[in-house]
Ligand binder design. Structure first.
Ligand SMILES: [Zn+2]
Length: 590
């Protein structure tokens, strides 16, 4: 027999209360009660970022009205040590109350938002934690505004306590967003898991269609891992006039959607694709994860070279699963791949930044884009999805259809999440993929992950009896190389394409276009199309004079028109494909 002393009494207990006395002014009020204190002071911190979104967001900037009191109500002193740390003098009190307000007015899946209609609480930007004690459990009591009646969250309910939830540690708390309001809630069960869908903002969705289609996605994804680790899962969906994006969590997700997008076939598929993407993350990145992504350091950037696996593979699989679930056809799936390849190959940055570097620098590049991003970076989502594609085809080909990328994902999940209970290194992922392929994959890594070589798509498509061709190959279209937008009645250059005439001859972003060869460009929505039409009437190698206003002064810049380097890919089946090719195709498009 073991005598268990009350271990919990040796540590602090933390209880949060969140209320909303001024939702119309976008505030959430937080009370944090800490008991069991023994030290003379305690440092409380707020994360600077939220996992899944690789940008330092400085959540502490939204905190105001900070005060601390003892049990008698007397105020205790505190001072800030740095931007996100408060040091509180306990004055020998074992219980203290910390009160503060958080301004919440940024609409996104990773920031809190409060107004009279609802509160979306993104916990990393709301709750403080005691420095060095992320392992402590806590409870959260939500006091909804009087006009609200519902709470949706992946946090576990505390039995017998109204609107109170528990988190076993701060990683769980920070990973569990909370929706409070009058959301439309419906449920479905799939793969033995109870799923709750909380719809904010209304919309043209048909609940029965969503229940049926979302269940199919859950079912298909669970099949490859053989296990769905959750008992309950919550989809928080924010419907806006125009919305998108999602953020993954362990047992929930937050999705942005367009209120009326559900009415069209394409819009519905877009939503289901997002569902598929975020749901797949519950395995890929939330559990099977790069070693740098957990335990998290909430104080600074957490660098990883593997977002092309965490996000790129998820981007590939989001469409694989809508296809397997019968929500889109194989033809649609293949046609969409041609679109992704076209967009990656048309981005000049694809020849400048490797996938590996795109991942590492996500914090300063992917999440901080500027006017030159297309020239200098590549997305680890889209390019990563193409590396997933060729790795899948390579493995299916070399195993004669016995294995594919599914087997790599499952083996990695079993080995690193279930067995070793830690993240994987770059080398470990590669080794597992090679073990399943039965041969080295160094060429894929050296050329397309670490290197900048153009992907030899046809090598891989050929395995499955397909061929990729460029519809624009014969084109000799003259090309200026700029993008513009109409701002306050002015036609402004917003992008200059690397290597184009505009790039070589010095048109600049922010130049206001006045005329081309003395032909005045109308400052209307059709103005830029008129300009492109004029350029299309010229020949490659000809020069045009573009008059612009730069910093208040007119300049005339002579631009040599080069050939439009744009590609426009399509993927077609090869007639009379061999039996070996058909084996790969059938497995790939199963
Ligand atoms: Zn993602």
């Amino acid at each position: 027999m073991v005598i268990i002393t009350n271990a919990l009494s040796a540590q602090e207990k933390i209880a949060f209360k969140v209320s909303f006395s001024e939702p119309q002014a976008h505030y959430a009020e937080v009370e944090m009660e800490i008991s069991g204190l023994k030290e003379d002071y305690i440092d409380l911190k707020m994360p600077v970022w939220t996992p899944g979104s690789y940008l330092v967001r400085e959540f502490a900037k939204n905190v105001e009205g900070f005060k601390v009191s003892g049990p008698s109500g007397s105020l205790l002193s505190f001072n800030k040590l740095n931007k996100n740390t408060w040091r509180i003098q306990t004055s020998k009190n074992s219980t203290i109350k910390v009160n503060y307000r958080v301004y919440s007015f940024e609409i996104s899946v990773r920031t809190s938002f409060v107004d009279e209609s609802h509160a979306f609480l993104s916990p990393a930007g709301l709750f403080l934690y005691p420095a060095g004690k992320l392992m402590l459990p806590s409870t959260v009591t939500i006091i909804p505004h009087k006009s609200w009646s519902k709470i949706s969250t992946g946090l576990e309910k505390v039995a017998g306590k109204e609107n109170t939830y528990s988190a076993s540690d701060f990683d769980i708390l920070f990973d569990s967003p909370i929706e409070v309001g009058n959301q439309d809630i419906f449920e479905f069960t799939a793969a033995g898991v109870k799923h709750e869908v909380a719809m904010y903002g209304g919309g043209s969705y048909d609940k029965e269609v969503l229940k049926r289609d979302m269940a199919k996605i859950v079912h298909e994804q669970t099949k490859i891992f053989g296990v769905n680790p959750n008992k309950r899962y919550v989809f928080i969906v924010h419907n806006f006039n125009s919305g998108g994006g999602g953020l993954e969590h362990l047992n929930s997700t937050v999705l942005g959607a367009s209120r009326n997008g559900y009415s069209t076939e394409a819009g519905l598929l877009r939503f289901l694709g997002l569902v598929s993407h975020e749901y797949f993350h519950l395995w890929n990145v939330k559990r099977l994860r790069p070693i740098a992504l957990g335990p998290f350091n909430y104080d600074e950037e957490n660098y990883t070279n593997n977002l092309w696996i965490a996000e790129g593979f998820t981007a590939y699989y989001q469409d694989v699963f809508t296809k397997r679930a019968g929500l889109q056809s194989s033809d649609q799936f293949v046609a969409n791949l041609a679109t992704v390849i076209t967009s990656v190959e048309n981005q000049p940055g694809n020849k400048i930044q490797s996938l590996n570097d795109a991942s590492f620098d996500a914090w300063i590049k992917q999440y901080r884009p500027n006017e030159n991003s297309a020239n200098s970076t590549i997305s680890y989502y889209s390019k990563g999805s193409l590396v997933a594609l060729i790795m899948d085809l390579e493995i299916i080909h070399s195993t004669q259809g016995k294995a594919g990328l599914d087997e790599v994902m499952k083996a990695m999940y079993d080995e690193y999440y279930v067995k070793k209970k830690r993240g994987y290194t770059d080398k470990e992922f590669k080794e597992m993929a090679e073990k399943i392929a039965g041969h080295s994959l160094s060429n894929i890594y050296d050329d397309y992950v670490y290197g900048l070589k153009a992907i030899d798509y046809n090598k891989y498509f050929n395995y499955a009896g397909f061929t990729l061709s460029d519809d624009a190959m014969q084109s000799n279209e003259p090309y200026l190389g700029i993008a513009t937008s109409l701002r306050e009645g002015k036609m402004i250059i917003t992008q200059v394409g690397r290597g184009s005439g505009a790039w070589n001859d010095g048109l600049n972003v922010n130049d206001e276009i006045i005329s081309i060869d003395n032909y005045i460009i109308s400052k209307t929505k059709t103005g830029f199309a008129e300009m492109l039409k004029y350029v299309a009437g010229k020949q490659v190698g000809e020069k045009v004079k573009v008059a612009v206003i730069r910093d208040g002064q007119e300049k005339v810049i002579e631009v040599s028109l080069s050939r439009n380097p744009g590609v426009r890919y399509k993927i077609s089946p090869i007639e009379n494909s061999s039996a070996a090719q058909m084996t790969v195709r059938e497995r790939w498009l199963k």
